[in-house]
Design a protein. Structure first.
Length: 260
């Protein structure tokens, strides 16, 4: 992605965030105003890095709606509008599709297929899709039929003890991933270089790549130190309140190139 040609879609933290879906975490109180302040800092980071930021309308009736990545998967040639594995989230996709439709041809996943965007990791012409509680084989089959005519390969990745693929692994360059090897085996990413997280920070494999910078949660000092030692530029922000909702830096945005 090049500066000035990148869009970042975000959505405000809803009033209802305290009723969010939880799969692998216990429920703890979320400070709404602090969550909104942290999310505002997160949004400003995209602007600082040269992105055009599009803020979608708030959806207070959908407690997880700030996690705007999950309703879509965006490739250069097209966008896939997801059908969430959590029934409570399926109303979030329509407003995401309206915005993406101005930039990409959109294809919808249909029942009984279920997929969350957090289970999709694009690296080059390979689309890695997590085998998770939110994404099923019917959706993977539909995605494969959509992307293969455009020269993409779909690779299914088994997961252990985490919500989404991008909870466990994210791309930090064109040929390198950051990975929690206990949640997603590095062997699943054949041919790619792997930097493993610090074992004391299991959730730290989740970063957003914007141009040559990685947006990372400042809570993960040890892993962020590993990234810096490997030569990566890291932009620290903190989403501690959203992490209580099983959220992170990737799932709170959709980042993609403007075409043309």
């Amino acid at each position: 992605m090049t500066s000035g040609n990148t869009i970042a879609i975000v959505r405000p933290v809803p009033e209802s965030i305290g009723r969010c879906e939880l799969t692998h975490m216990d429920r703890t109180p979320i400070d709404l105003e602090l969550a909104r302040s942290q999310h505002a800092d997160y949004t400003k980071a995209f602007a600082r890095l040269g992105c055009d930021v599009i803020e979608l309308p708030s959806l207070d009736e959908y407690p997880d709606s700030v996690f705007v990545e999950d309703p879509a998967i965006v490739l250069d040639e097209l966008a896939i509008i997801a059908r969430s594995g959590a029934e409570s989230r399926r109303g979030e996709a329509a407003s995401v599709e309206r915005v993406l439709g101005a930039h990409r041809t959109c294809h919808r996943i249909t029942a009984p297929g279920c997929v969350d965007g957090g289970d999709a990791l694009l690296i080059g012409r390979r689309l890695f899709i997590g085998i998770s509680s939110r994404t099923n084989e019917q959706a993977r089959a539909q995605i494969r039929s959509i992307i293969e005519p455009h020269g993409y390969q779909l690779i299914a990745v088994p997961l252990t003890d985490c919500l989404h693929l991008k909870t466990a692994a994210t791309a930090i360059s064109d040929d390198t991933i950051l990975c929690n090897p206990l949640w997603a085996a590095p062997a699943s990413f054949d041919g790619l270089r792997t930097i493993e997280i610090d074992p004391s920070e299991p959730f730290s494999g989740n970063v957003v790549r914007v141009h040559d910078t990685l947006i990372a949660d400042s809570a993960w000092n040890a892993t962020n130190g590993r990234l810096r030692a490997a030569g990566f530029e890291v932009e620290d922000i903190h989403l501690g309140e959203l992490s209580k909702a099983e959220g992170s830096v990737t799932c709170s945005s959709i980042v993609f190139n403007r075409l043309g």
